[in-house]
Ligand binder design. Structure first.
Ligand code: HPA
Length: 236
């Protein structure tokens, strides 16, 4: 059995899937968390792995960039592979002065642009929100770390061509970061009655003039921190 974009057998995926955007990151996460993991799909270089962490099954598969790409994989995982929860582990650009590079955002909601969630219910401003149980588990695993926030982000369909005014207005209205996938993920989880969350590391800041790139050590410890929160949500 396979789907148009996943050449795994039924039963090859764990009930919980971690989903970075980048396929190379999926491979790196799998190697870090579960060295014995089995490769279960490789269509278009979107590698998927299944193994165990602390004796519990876990899968890791990339989404590619953007809500349309993510939607293809998430639809197929929910429809055909009986996946119950998907945790996006990715990056975002910071837009609020309340976050800085290296912070982790547990996105409890995702504003979005475009039509990706508008077809669920006619004439309604649909709320793309994370699953509460997963938010709670990830937040608890953060243990009051001051560099972790629970807050909404914006999932855009454009990386280029967004005016500064648009992002500043969102920041002025409580939005912490900008990325391109979570809104569709949350809408699909609600549609299929499953659970979803995005745990996002602030990889760059659009407005902080004093921001500097993370060192290699900071990148590594942030990678491990985001993964710890994501695994806590995956296995709660
Ligand atoms: N825009 C959109 N998506 C992103 C960004 C950004 O600045 N940074 C990381 N993902």
């Amino acid at each position: 059995m396979s789907t148009p974009h996943i050449n795994a057998e039924k039963g090859d995926f764990a009930p919980a899937v971690l989903m970075p955007g980048d396929p190379k990151r999926a491979e790196r996460m799998a190697r870090y968390l579960m060295p014995e993991a089995k490769l279960v799909t490789d269509v278009r270089g979107i590698l998927g792995f299944t193994g165990e962490v602390n004796g519990k099954p876990l899968s890791i598969m990339a989404s590619g960039m953007g809500q349309p790409s993510l939607s293809i994989y998430v639809n197929e995982l929910f429809m055909e592979y009986d996946v119950q929860r998907i945790i996006r582990v990715g990056t975002c650009g910071g837009i609020s002065s309340r976050v800085k590079i290296g912070d982790v955002i547990i996105a409890n909601g995702a504003h979005y642009e475009g039509v990706i969630n508008t077809y669920w219910v006619d004439g309604i401003h649909y709320s793309a929100i994370a699953d509460f149980e997963l938010v709670r588990a990830a937040a608890a695993a953060a243990e009051d770390d001051p560099n972790v926030v629970v807050a909404p982000i914006i999932s855009r369909d454009r990386f280029y061509g967004v005016s500064e005014a648009e992002n500043r207005a969102l920041a002025a209205n409580g939005t912490m970061g900008v990325e391109m996938e979570a809104g569709a993920l949350y809408g699909l989880a609600a549609h299929y009655g499953r659970q979803a969350l995005a745990v996002l590391t602030v990889s760059d800041h659009l407005f902080a003039s004093d921001s500097r790139d993370m060192t290699a050590e900071e990148r590594e410890s942030n990678f491990q921190k985001a993964l710890k929160l994501a695994v806590a949500a995956a296995h709660c």
